[in-house]
Design a protein around this ligand. Structure first.
Ligand code: ADP
Length: 224
């Protein structure tokens, strides 16, 4: 009787540890513009990955990622919005850096943004899929995560890189983004990152990412 209780206690503890070390997938209610929105969250090791609908410029994570071009010259979409909200200090720092190859990322201060840093990641222009686009998109996410890690940042928000003006099909891009982030977090259990947020601009985009998240977790054998 007593032995059974000890065993139950032991397995309960093991399960609790497993839950903590491995992952959970949940729908969380988040306050948004006075209302509420449901967001998907999954825990990978010690980091929570969230999918939300929103505007990247409003995120209060330590860094936000910009969908930049290789000249770091500013542009439309996310890039324009970040420079407008962050003020001229960001463009000034970008000008000093000079440029960034496709598939890489550089870091600047966040100017007037809530985020302390902007990581400018250069995703590929989609040209049919045979020009190493997947590899370059993966590399843009990975370089951003590596920069965050080098700066020991605890939180970072990404937009959906390359899926606007650069024309990358959303479903394929979402799979690349999620595989890269989830693999990075799984392979770096000592990461400084506690929070990674993917900020999707529209609700159809969020729905595509949600579907892909379920697919990638299954693919990677991550129990939720
Ligand atoms: P790229 O040139 O890399 O394709 P874009 O900025 O044109 O980058 O678009 C990337 C994605 O970001 C698109 O899916 C677009 O809908 C979305 N987007 C545009 N503005 C914002 C914003 N303010 N916050 C979050 N996502 C945004």
């Amino acid at each position: 009787m007593h032995g059974k209780r000890i065993l139950r206690g032991y397995f309960g503890m093991v399960n609790a540890l497993r839950r903590d070390r491995f992952s959970f997938l949940r729908d969380t209610i988040r306050e948004k513009n006075g209302g509420v929105a449901i967001m998907k969250q999954v825990k990978i090791g010690s980091c929570v990955l969230s999918l939300i609908q929103g505007d990247i410029t409003e995120q209060a994570t330590e860094a936000i990622v910009n969908a930049a071009n290789s000249r770091l010259a500013g542009g439309g979409g996310v890039d324009g919005a970040i420079h407008r909200a962050g003020g001229p200090a960001i463009a000034e720092e970008c000008r000093k850096i000079g440029g960034c190859p496709t598939g890489k990322a550089v870091i600047t201060r966040g100017g007037n943004l809530k985020a302390r840093y902007v990581i400018h990641a250069v995703g590929p222009i989609y040209q049919g899929g045979k020009k190493k686009e997947a590899e370059l998109l993966r590399s843009a996410y990975l370089s951003s995560l590596q920069l965050a890690e080098e700066h020991r940042l605890t939180s970072i928000s990404f937009p959906s890189l390359s899926t606007g003006a650069y024309g990358y099909p959303l479903k394929e891009a979402s799979l690349v983004a999620l595989r890269t982030i989830i693999d990075f977090l799984s392979e770096h259990p000592g990461t400084s990152l506690r929070e990674v947020v993917l900020v999707l601009f529209t609700s159809p985009d969020l729905a595509v990412y949600e579907e892909s998240l379920t697919q990638v977790l299954k693919e990677r054998g991550i129990e939720t």
